[in-house]
Structures are given as structure tokens and as C-alpha cells.
Design a protein around this ligand. Sequence first.
Ligand code: C5P
Length: 398
Amino acid sequence: MLNGKKVFLIIAGGIAAYKCLDLIRRLREQGASVRCCLTENAKEFVTPLSVSALSQGPVYTDQFSLKDESEMSHIELSRASDILVVAPATADVMAKMAAGLADQLATTLVLATDKPVLIAPAMNLRMWLHAATQANLATLMARGIHVVGPNEGPMACNEFGPGRMAEVPEIIAAIDGVLSPVQSLAGCHAIVTSGPTVEPIDPVRFIANRSSGKQGHAIAAALAAKGARVTLVSGPTALPDPVGVTTVSVETACEMLAACQSALPADIVVCAAAVADWGIKAAEQKLKKRPGGTPPVLELTLNPDILATLSAAGPNRPRLVVGFAAETEDLIAHARDKRSRKGCDWIVANDVSAETGTFGSDTNQVHLISAEACESWPSLDKRAVATRLADRIAEALS
Ligand code: C5P
């Protein structure tokens, strides 16, 4: 799979560094050559000797090594491989990368490279969920850095949650995906809706919902990674626009429908937005609170159903229309009913009852419902759900 590819592996200081010894072996079994750099902290977890023995080459650790620098400068070193892989990518290394620091050889190499960079984050779950780490992740992704994992599960610190480094086969598959992306959706146009819609009450107030847009944005990025031209029509979110995708920002459901319709024709539509069912007859001026006055009555208007409208047969009907069903009870039955009512081809059903914590979280447990079948997927990172869905879409269209 990776025959002849040159992988530069940067090992940072986390307990998952031990898995890198196996990663080196498996990469070499695939025919790749591996050069390695250890951060100072990584040396506390794995020794340069083991890494050198397994990679059968020099191990770089020192920013100011006269010997290494005279053989190959750090700039050349950072560009001599096909890909830089940072595994484990600790919270500290991610923060340094996001800030553009070059305080040691590892971070200097990442900053100096012109090659794709893949990170495999691994850290304690609270560090992973910390707003600082999530902001750094968003910054790195917006810059086109590829990310694999982390996975959810038991951790070395005896806690359970997201933060385990992706397993070696997953990292190898991700490296392969970056180096030889399968452009199975090349030539296709996909429209993806994402995020909430906001419906104004007056010029300063609005009604909205809790959708973060994480799932929709990840689907847009996954379809683009397969070569599709993607138009992402999104309500307001805190997320950066995905790389390689045309993002159209909208606020109301009516604006979202209009943006989708003007993006037609499309081969694929994925409606992941949480669209408000009702709009409001908005006041032109700010509603005033009068002393002793009664609260205003809001007059609701029926919003268009974007999914049903785009699913309706016509010359412009996309080949595959996928909707989402967020339910809090009788998930599968409601989702099946929704599929036939809205006329879409597939429904991705997920349980959003409070205890699942799906809204705003990084994981999602979904069921893919078609006319013929219901496939239940395990709880996955939202990016992994997006990749699987993009795989399925590519299979269906092929
Ligand atoms: O009817 P409900 O909101 O449960 O349906 C969810 C699915 O329909 C999602 O795919 C959502 O994006 C889509 N939808 C839409 N326009 C609406 C309401 C929902 O596209 N007005």
C-alpha cells in the first residue's frame, strides 16, 4: 500500500508513544521508509535506540546537532519525506503547532515543511475536551492538517473517554488516505446543509437551536476529500469553514433553501442542518418592554422543508438525497417514517436525548436507514461518521 513512500514520524511525549514502535514496524512492512524525530519528552517514553533499531536509520532529537545539520539541514529534513506524521500528538505539541512555535527540532520541522502533515492526537480526556485544545484542533484543521482519532475508550490514567491514540492500522490507513486519496466522487457536486438556522424576532433578537454544525461540516469535508465539489450551506456556527469546500453562510430556513436551490444541480444532497420548523413574523423595530405591558405574542410562520423540497422529483432531483433524524424516542420507527414522508433516499438517525450528549459533542452513534435496510454503526467520532457516510455515498453512486 505504502510501497516506496517516505514517512517522517515525529514522536511526542505521551504514553501512547509506545505504540509508535509498532507503527514503525508496520509502516516498513508496507514498504515505506521511516525517519524519526523524538521530542525531549518522548525520550521519557521510548528510547532513541529502540526507534533507531526499528526504523533502521538515524533518529533526530536535537535542534542544534552539528553532525545532523551538516548532513542535512532541518529545512531539507522537513521536506525530504512524502508526509510528516505526529504521533502521539500531545496537547502541548498541538498547542505549539497552532501557535507556530519552533522551540525544538520537532516543532521546527512541522513549521518548515511543505509536505502534508497528519496528527494522531493522544492525551487525557479532560485535556482533549479542554476549550484550548479544541480551539487548537480547529485552527490546525482549518490550515489543512489531517487528523486521525483520537478514539474513545479506557485510558492509561484510568479514566474513560475520548483521548486514546488511533490504533496503528487506523494511522496507516489515514497516511494512505492522505498520500493516495481515492477520488471516487470526482466530477460530482454535493450540497450539504449544516448548523442551526436562526429566525429573527426583531432586529436584535432571534430563536435558534443547539446544533453545533460539527457533523454537517465534517460531512462536507469528507465528501471533498473524495474529490466531490462541495457547497456547504451553513447557519451560524463557531466552526471554521472546511478546507476545499465552498461555504455559503445563511441565517434563516428560507435563506438556506434559496442557497441550496441556487447551488443546484447536484448529484448528492446531505441535509444535516437543524432547520427551524417555524419562522416568525419579525418586527421591523426592536420590540419594547413597556412598564406594566403584556408580553408580545409571536406569530409563527411555517418554514419550508428543505429536505422534502430537494427530494421532490423533478428534472433537478439529485441522485442521492440524505436526511438526518434527530429523535429522543422510538428512533428507528420515527426515522423510517420520516424517510418515506420526506421522500429522501437515506436517513441518518441519531438519538439526541439529553443523556446521549450528542449535541455539541464530538461523537455520534447513528443508524443508516434506506428503503431496504437499517445499519447500526458503533459510537464514532463525528469525523469518522462523516468518512463512513462519504464511503457509502461513493459506493451508491459508483
Ligand atoms: O422534520 P425533521 O426536522 O425532524 O427532519 C430532519 C431532517 O430534515 C434533517 O435532515 C433536516 O436537515 C431536514 N429539514 C429540512 N428543512 C426543514 C426541517 C428539517 O431540511 N424545515
